[in-house]
Design a protein around this ligand. Structure first.
Ligand code: KIV
Length: 288
């Protein structure tokens, strides 16, 4: 992507106004950011999903602001044209407004151009404070993984009448507080449509059906790097884990059978130096 994407440009991407759907993927390091950017995505989310797909934890609760800043900085070093959104981890925006603003600033100083946080109406004071400090905020409602214990597991949200209405109220509150876009995760597609219709900022869905203003998938899921659990909403566009296992297995076979490295893959002394060392013609691959 040549042109730099901005939060105000993302805010204008409402499909009902004729915009193309937004494309967001996660990335956690410079190679991932380069892949996402060369593929032309609009937004790179440095998600706290790094905890599960990179760091091997069972949930997202284990990562800190320092962890997220480190991964955000790695993504930023790739200088993508896509907007970089840094995910605020659990407990970084729950204690006080002051701490929240400082933690958001840490991600922006690491290279994020916006931050994301989970939760509805109860997050309004935090969102307003971050926005007042000139940092764009992406909201995230529905199945919010940082609430895994409160929700009793990673469960689809908004299935009942009142819960669906509550999600619409949450989305409106986030928009009013200044969010430039809202991730809608793990909700029935009918509810995602109602929420999307009820706000003027774009919604970006994951497990929320086709009626959102954009879609996001986790990099490791869409590439098939993470293949242990494949949620219903994931479409795999590659089998990188399986291809990588096959590639490393071939390397192991080549090493064990002496096929790697070849003479072409080795450095060689000049004939004169080899001769002074008494190696002339005496070792495989070393000859004048
Ligand atoms: O951390 C993450 O990857 C996310 C996406 C699932 C939206 O929050």
């Amino acid at each position: 992507m040549s042109k730099k994407m901005t939060a105000p440009a993302v805010r204008g991407r409402k499909v009902r106004s004729g915009a193309d759907p937004l494309v967001m993927v996660t990335a956690y390091d410079a190679p991932g950011a380069r892949i996402a950017d060369e593929a032309g995505v609009d937004v790179i989310l440095v998600g706290d999903s790094v905890a599960m797909v990179v760091l091997g934890y069972d949930d997202t609760l284990q990562v800190t602001v320092d962890d997220m800043a480190r991964h955000t900085a790695a993504v930023a070093r790739a200088r993508p044209g896509a907007l970089i959104v840094g995910d605020l981890p659990w407990m970084s925006y729950h204690v006080s407004v002051e701490e929240t603003v400082r933690n958001a600033a840490a991600l922006v100083r690491a290279g994020a151009q916006a931050v994301k946080l989970e939760g509805g109406r109860k997050r309004v004071p935090m969102i307003e404070a971050i926005v007042a400090a000139e940092m764009p905020v992406m909201g995230h409602i529905g199945l919010t993984p940082q609430s895994v214990h409160a929700m009793g597991g990673f469960k689809v949200q908004g299935r009942q009448h009142d819960a669906a209405l509550a999600l619409m109220e949450d989305a409106k509150a986030l928009e009013h507080a200044g969010c430039f876009s809202i991730v809608l995760e793990g909700v029935p597609d009918e509810v995602a449509r109602l929420v999307t219709d009820s706000v003027d900022v774009p919604t970006i869905g994951i497990g929320a059906g086709p009626h959102c203003d954009g879609q996001v998938l986790v990099f490791h899921d869409l590439l098939g790097i993470e293949d242990r659990i494949v949620p219903k909403f994931v479409r795999r566009y590659a089998s990188v884990k399986a291809d990588s296992v096959a590639a490393v297995r071939s390397f192991a076979e080549d090493v064990r059978t002496g096929r790697f490295p070849s003479s072409e893959e080795s450095y060689h002394l000049s004939g004169e130096v080899a001769e002074t060392l008494g190696l002339y013609g005496s070792a495989p691959g070393i000859s004048a």
